[in-house]
Design a protein around this ligand. Structure first.
Ligand code: DUC
Ligand code: ZN
Ligand code: ZN
Length: 465
């Protein structure tokens, strides 16, 4: 199958040009002007006039079917990758989970089983380590060789995902040897639990107090601590879902002294705030960790993206229905399952708030949503750019279309939207995954199971400036 995408404006992290793109099978075969006049035979020509052609977006932080708080994140790999595709995201990297007392292999096998035959677009895995033991440390090396090259550990959630400093340091030492990367959920979980218990003891049980209990300084302290541990181990470290200026300061200081510290933030920390958690139990819709912060943190996070102290934006997509799942925390905010839906809306929110909002260029937008994730997580240049030989994961994007975000029209399998009623400028019109059109003009045209596991290289940090 050969497809010509004609008359578009190609936008990559490196610049913008007017050119046609010829796709042969699953990859990009040619890029040039007026390719249609060359007498090339194609099966389909797609006219992209007046629109941008961007590399498929990559979301390196999703949780399909994550077990949490006695329930499971609702999107499966089928519904989650389909919703992602509607929003212009053609690759997700999800977190396989090692359960306490089990091997990494058990967790990885379970995640392969969830994804294979179900995902509609490509996917990779990171590994959540809940149990750092001699055996699981040894297993890490094999996983790096299999393309699962990074490992998430937590300073939060005592008794569940939490690791102490010694365990974190041992995992870092192992990645110093095997070329992997430690990703950190950095909040001081034990201190948070003390404050949370005090608040509940005072009768402050509404979801709002989830946001109050998890002080920004607890995130700043843990972020600085894990960066320092990584410096001691001599390895790079990646901070997930950075939400607070306290943590941004720790990242900025580390980068200023030459440390290979990297971080993402998420749309919820750029567009939503602690005030959204008010309004009684409705606030449960916004319970995630780290929590939403007072609105004055937002502009500093944007500055972090502008100055590259934050390299990318992912979603931490982890959807729970309001009715029947978030409900578990009525009367005690500690029991609300943590997580928000978002995989479908990231690209448009970032375009609207970033490019239309005048904060970042369209090239930086592409970098934040696609190129930097591909580079940092070992998928570049197979993914994350438009180049000859790259996978034909492409989006024809209409930067002037407007749409209204709503649970009534979104494709995520969850009964509410955090952005209900928000108008955004920008929309993915046509989405291709390895050369196949999987979304066209609001219709899904892909196939369950067509998504493939992406074996990722250990990240090559020399590539990122
Ligand atoms: N934070 C969330 O909000 N949900 C899932 C796990 C996490 O760290
Ligand atoms: Zn986390
Ligand atoms: Zn997460």
């Amino acid at each position: 199958m050969r497809t010509l995408i004609a008359n578009g404006t190609i936008v990559t992290a490196d610049g913008t040009t007017s050119a046609d793109v010829l796709i042969d099978g699953e990859t990009i075969a040619r890029i040039g002007t007026n390719l249609g006049a060359d007498g090339i035979e194609v099966d389909e020509t797609i006219d992209a006039a007046g629109r941008w052609l961007i590399p498929g977006a990559i979301d390196v932080h999703t949780h399909m079917e994550l077990p949490f708080g006695g329930t499971f994140a609702k999107d499966t790999f089928e519904t989650g990758t389909r919703a992602a595709a509607f929003g212009g995201t053609t690759t997700v990297v999800d977190f396989a989970v090692q359960s306490r007392g089990k091997s990494l292999r058990d967790g990885l096998d379970a995640w392969h089983a969830k994804a294979e035959g179900n995902a509609v677009a490509d996917y990779g895995f990171h590994m959540i380590m809940s149990d750092v033991t001699d055996d699981s440390l040894k297993e890490m090396d094999g996983l790096v060789d299999e393309g699962i090259s990074d490992f998430k550990l937590f300073t939060a959630y005592p008794g569940v995902f939490y690791s102490d400093d010694g365990a974190i340091f041992r995992a870092m030492q192992q990645t110093a040897r095997n070329g992997g990367l430690i990703m950190m959920h950095a909040e001081n979980g034990p201190a948070i639990d003390v404050v949370a218990a005090d608040l509940v003891g005072e009768g402050k049980t509404d979801p709002y107090y989830h946001g109050v209990a998890r002080y920004p300084i607890f995130e700043g302290e843990a972020t600085n601590r894990v960066i320092r541990l990584a410096e001691a181990a001599g390895v790079p470290v990646y901070i997930v879902h950075l939400s607070a200026r306290d943590a941004l300061n720790a990242i900025r200081d580390a980068r200023d002294r030459g440390t290979k510290a990297f971080a993402e933030t998420c749309p919820q920390y750029l567009f939503l705030s602690l005030e959204d958690m008010g309004n009684g139990f409705e606030g449960a819709k916004f319970v995630c960790s780290p929590p939403l912060r007072p609105a004055d943190h937002q502009e500093e996070l944007w500055q972090g993206l502008i100055k590259d102290d934050l390299q990318l934006v992912s979603t931490d997509h982890c959807p729970f229905d309001f009715e029947g799942q978030k409900d578990l925390g009525r009367g005690d905010f500690r029991k609300v399952p943590n997580g928000l839906p978002g995989v479908e809306d990231r690209v448009d929110l970032l375009h609207d708030g970033g490019v239309v909002g005048g904060r970042i260029t369209k090239e930086r937008w592409v970098e934040i949503i696609s190129t930097a994730p591909a580079k940092l997580f070992g998928m570049y240049p197979q993914k994350g750019t438009i180049a000859i030989g790259s996978d034909a994961d492409l989006v024809i994007y209409d930067p002037s279309a407007t749409r209204t975000i709503s649970a009534k029209t979104h494709h995520m399998d969850v009964d509410y939207s955090c952005y209900e009623g928000r108008q955004v400028r920008g929309r993915s019109d046509v989405v291709l995954s390895r050369g196949s059109v999987i979304v066209r003009d609001g219709q899904f045209t892909g196939k369950k199971g067509a998504g493939r596991f992406v074996k990722r290289a250990a990240a090559d940090y020399a590539r990122i400036s």
